[in-house]
Design a protein around this ligand. Structure first.
Ligand code: PLP
Length: 786
């Protein structure tokens, strides 16, 4: 800054484009500096031109703007590790593709990415070094692509690479056609970027439409419209308006001082790669007292032999506690800021790199987005996965002590030195003959439609609003806005949704009779892509679900909506009601304990008599006032999760048989429960309707805690056979004789996941992402007995 100030106070720099001495001085200095920056990258001015731009992004946009105006546009291929500013170019292209390393190699070996036979040019863009994890990509790609049959330009984003490494453009025939850099990332000041263009590729700019002051030799406006772009240098044609004269002049001082302080870029590269190896090793070797690693590193291992290209001085990582739970990125960033470390956390403007490092599928990212995740927001661990990374970058000015104190910082605040991990003790009930287990798990993705049974062996996520994907969709009558119910439209039972995560689809099959010309299956993307929905301003009428006025997102696709309307013979639209909404996009549980549940439970057979820790005062008789806590739900009627037990179903069937010996067995499916609980040993003693007296249950080895919210009130919808959609009078008639309390009929219990109460305390990986699976042990806790 001192050197720049001296330059400014001892010279008068005028606006270029005039004959005055001050103007001429500016012009001369700018041209000298242009040359100096080209030399900095070993670029021969006979082979390359350099265009000053505001930042790397502005350079990328110049290329995109010019090629978009080409007669037939351009096709765009970008590498998965691209910065957001490269990704955005796809919106200007006719076709675009995002490729990983392997696919780029396939392409280079003559596998065509676009087979539409188009003759428009292709632009291939990639980073020389990922700004997410420091991984480097081959500079030889440009040369290899140039040999292909179709005209292909290479756009190299060298913004991250050149901060700490030389970029050598000495072989013009092997160099990328367009290279963008952020000069301020190398020198800190001035705030400038550059676009370096191979002269052989200059024709890419011939179709550029806009021209600004300073870029033309002549413009005719009146009566005729004509202009002559400057012809000698490309930069003359692209630098619209007045250049940032003083910033460019400051580059002279920046180049001098950088060299004076740090030597050549080779010296900088040696220094930073030494430090980053130390940082990498330091973070990698941090272990909790129980031996588990503290950091999960995403950057390539500098010590690995297959890291031929080397990697930038960047370490991207996440932190786990000793129980495997992820530590919140925003928390780390806040603490680091307090301790004067300048790190970056989050998506770091590298969507493809983050998705592949964290294993996030597109629908998951959109899911997170619609659950309230925003770049830079507070919520950063979603569905048990981090949504971003912690990135520590090193530069020419970093020191050994910076690195060591950062590793110490992570160790001091995030390493748990205690040797034992406090994992939950395994459930001691395994040999108890009366033990219970999860007999089956079902979700109903579309409210009132058929169930999707979770296959054995699959861990299914439990959320505060209920089981993942349960009642997230509904069908809305196009006239009344009411959510359709199986009570009125029994055929809804024949609409069978299933979740296909590999394809990212909700597949829906209709199992009833279908006229030959109609299809019986449809696939709906799991992604909450806003283009699938009517925009709320056009379609702001609200709907009603179980008496609640709600705002759901209705699908705009005629194909989807007529599928459902045709199957049911009712004009309806599919709508989605994702978690995380506010106002009318949010609902609350209404379940509460019923009076009959508060009377003392029946005596228990000795084998299941629970250990009661003393006796508690009786619960207040007015149960309605009991639960002030509000729990969010999606489109289920009353509560997050509905559970039933098989012994209760068996008891009901026996009651029915007693009065009507020839009646059919009632399937447990009619109760549309999420979790069916049964004795793990068939026939073991469990009294029917024991669930009414449970205050809570724990499920699985992790003993996930669920709280019972109250009995489930029933209507005649339980009389619809869920296989055939046929109706009968049972089991409602018998239920209303045997299970009527205060004039209402009850069967099954509402419950909700109780996790997350004590937030970070002893948070395990499993508590951060609670799941249940078929066969999990169920341990009930009983409400206070006699
Ligand atoms: C910083 C960076 C950019 C964006 O640069 P700007 O100068 O902010 O436009 C693009 N790509 C990479 C790899 C970067 O590191």
């Amino acid at each position: 800054m001192d050197r720049f100030a001296r330059d400014m106070t001892s010279n008068l720099f005028g606006n270029p484009h005039s004959a005055s001495a001050s103007s001429q001085l500016s012009t001369a200095r700018i041209e000298d500096i242009r040359l100096r920056v080209l030399r900095f990258f070993n670029a021969d001015p006979a082979e390359f031109d350099l265009v000053f731009v505001a930042n790397a992004t502005a350079g990328i946009k110049l290329v995109a703007d010019a090629l978009r105006a080409a007669p037939d546009g351009f096709d765009y291929v970008y590498h998965q590790a691209s910065h957001t500013s490269l990704v955005g170019v796809r919106e200007e292209a006719r076709n675009s593709l995002c490729l990983g390393d392997r696919q780029v190699e396939d392409w280079l070996s003559e596998v065509r990415p676009f087979d539409d036979g188009g003759n428009r040019p292709v632009v291939f863009a990639y980073p020389a070094q990922s700004n997410m994890d420091g991984r480097r990509y081959p500079l030889t790609w440009a040369e290899r692509l140039r040999c292909g049959a179709r005209k292909t330009y290479t756009l190299l984003d060298a913004a991250a690479l050149v901060c700490s490494s030389p970029l050598d453009l000495s072989r013009a025939d092997a160099a990328p056609d367009f290279t963008v850099v952020s000069l301020y990332k190398i020198f800190g000041f001035p705030d400038l970027g550059a676009l370096i263009v191979r002269r052989d590729a200059e024709e890419a700019f011939t179709s550029r439409r806009y021209f600004g002051g300073g870029t033309v030799d002549m413009v005719v406006c009146l009566k005729e419209q004509w202009h002559a772009p400057k012809s000698q240098f490309l930069h003359d044609r692209l630098e619209d308006g007045t250049l940032p004269v003083h910033s460019i002049i400051a580059l002279d001082a920046a180049l001098d001082v950088h060299q004076h302080l740090f030597g050549s870029m080779l010296d900088v590269a040696a220094h930073t790669s030494f430090l980053s190896r130390r940082l990498h090793r330091g973070l990698r070797s941090l272990r909790h007292g129980n031996g588990e690693p503290v950091c999960v590193l995403y950057s390539p291992d500098p010590d690995s032999t297959d890291n031929r290209l080397g990697s930038g001085p960047v370490v991207a990582f996440n932190i786990r506690n000793s129980l495997g739970a992820w530590v919140s990125l925003t928390e780390v960033e806040k603490l680091a800021t307090l301790k004067s470390f300048h790190i970056r956390t989050g998506g770091v403007c590298n969507p493809g790199g983050i998705a592949s490092a964290l294993g996030l599928e597109p629908w998951e990212m959109k899911q997170n987005f619609s659950s309230g995740f925003r770049c830079g927001g507070e919520a950063d661990i979603m569905a048990g996965k981090p949504t971003g990374v912690i990135r520590a970058s090193l530069g020419a000015m970093s020191t050994i002590s910076d690195v060591d104190s950062f590793v110490d910082f992570v160790g001091e605040f995030y390493r748990d030195p205690s040797p034992a991990s406090h994992r939950t003790e395994p459930v001691s009930q395994l040999h108890n003959p009366s033990r219970l287990h999860v007999h089956s798990i079902s979700i109903y993705p579309i409210k009132s439609c058929g169930r999707f049974q979770i296959p054995a062996g699959i861990d299914w996520e439990v959320k505060p609003e209920g089981l993942a994907w349960d009642r997230e969709w509904c069908l809305i009558h196009q006239g009344t806005g009411q959510a359709l119910s199986q009570k009125r439209h029994p055929k809804m039972a024949l609409i069978r949704p299933s979740l296909d995560f590999d394809r990212g689809e909700l597949r829906v099959t209709y199992t009833g009779e279908v006229p030959a010309h109609l299809r019986r299956e449809i696939a709906i993307p799991l992604s909450k892509n806003p283009s699938l929905f009517h925009s709320p301003t056009f379609h702001s009428r609200s709907s009603r679900v179980c008496g609640d006025e709600i705002q759901a997102q209705t699908y705009s696709s005629a194909e989807i909506n007529s599928f459902f309307s045709d199957m049911l013979g009712v004009p309806c639209s599919l709508a989605r009601f994702p978690a995380g909404g506010q106002g009318k996009s949010m609902r609350h549980s209404k379940a509460h304990l019923q009076k009959h549940q508060l009377s003392p439970p029946p005596p228990l057979p000795p084998a299941v008599r629970p250990l009661l820790p003393g006796s508690f005062p009786p619960s207040p008789p007015d149960s309605d006032s009991e639960k002030a806590v509000s729990r969010r739900i999606l489109l289920s009627n009353e509560s997050p999760i509905l559970a039933i037990t098989l012994p209760s179903v068996d008891a009901l069937n026996q009651d029915i048989q007693r009065s009507k010996p020839d009646s059919k067995h009632i399937s447990s499916a009619v109760f549309r429960a999420n979790i069916v609980i049964a004795p793990a040993v068939p026939g073991a003693p469990l009294i029917p309707y024991a669930e009414d007296s449970w205050s809570g249950i724990r499920i699985g080895q992790q003993q996930h805690e669920f709280e019972m919210l109250g009995a489930c009130r029933r209507c005649h919808m339980v009389c619809i056979n869920q296989e055939t959609a046929g109706k009968s009078e049972e089991p409602f008639v018998t239920l209303s004789k045997t299970r009527r309390f205060d004039g209402k009929v009850f069967f099954g219990v509402h419950m909700c996941y109780h996790g997350g109460k004590n937030a970070q305390e002893g948070l395990t990986r499993e508590k951060q992402f609670p799941t249940v699976r078929v066969g999990d042990v169920v341990v009930p806790e009983w409400r206070q007995g006699e």
